[in-house]
Design a protein around this ligand. Structure first.
Ligand code: URA
Length: 186
């Protein structure tokens, strides 16, 4: 029997609610431990993710894997990784408000089913969406926010660290440590 997360994934695989369905190769629903204490939410699939149907398998994903290993001492199988939109925006453009709204029920249900203790939002799109704010990630990050009985730790998107060098990376590292402390793993 399929569990509720698997059933939701099956539903998402045939989703045509927004126009992103037209250009996708695969729906990138999310991957990881279905009852993880720690959940990451990125922006949306890129070319590699679209190709493989898995989140964060390109360059950003390699950096995320490194941070998981070096700051949290875990691999991706011990957490859950998802995105705001589950289908690749063409040419890697930003997801549009209508696409984000169309996909939001999937993210909301993922959060409910996985029921993580800590959510780490990667970048502007997921941070602004879940915290319901227009404030940008540079101002938002550096602290945790109470979020529906759990904690939300906003940090930069790994792509920003790949572009922005050591300062962004150092701040991402400290945000990862914040998430680890909140999970009581220290
Ligand atoms: N960037 C994202 O936001 N998500 C992915 O899955 C890959 C790259």
């Amino acid at each position: 029997m399929l569990n509720s997360l698997e059933l939701l994934a099956v539903e998402a695989e045939s989703c045509t609610t927004c126009n992103l369905a037209e250009g996708r190769t695969n729906v990138v629903f999310g991957a990881g431990k279905p009852d993880a204490d720690l959940m990451f939410v990125g922006e949306g699939p890129g070319a590699q993710e679209d190709r493989w149907g898995l989140p964060f398998v390109g360059r950003s994903g390699k950096l995320l894997d490194r941070l998981l290993d070096e700051e949290l001492g875990i691999d991706r199988g011990s957490c859950y990784i998802s995105n705001v939109v589950k289908c690749r925006p063409p040419e890697n453009r930003d997801p549009r408000p209508s696409e984000i709204a169309a996909c939001q029920p999937y993210l909301e249900q993922q959060i409910q089913i996985i029921d993580p203790l800590v959510i780490v939002t990667l970048g502007n799109f997921s941070s602004k969406l879940l915290l319901e704010t227009d404030t940008g990630i540079t101002k938002l990050r550096g602290r945790a926010y109470p979020f529906r009985g759990r904690q939300l730790v906003p940090t930069f998107h790994p792509a920003a660290a790949l572009r922005g060098g050591t300062d962004v990376l150092a701040r991402m590292r400290s945000d990862m440590v914040r998430a680890k402390v909140l999970m009581g793993h220290v």
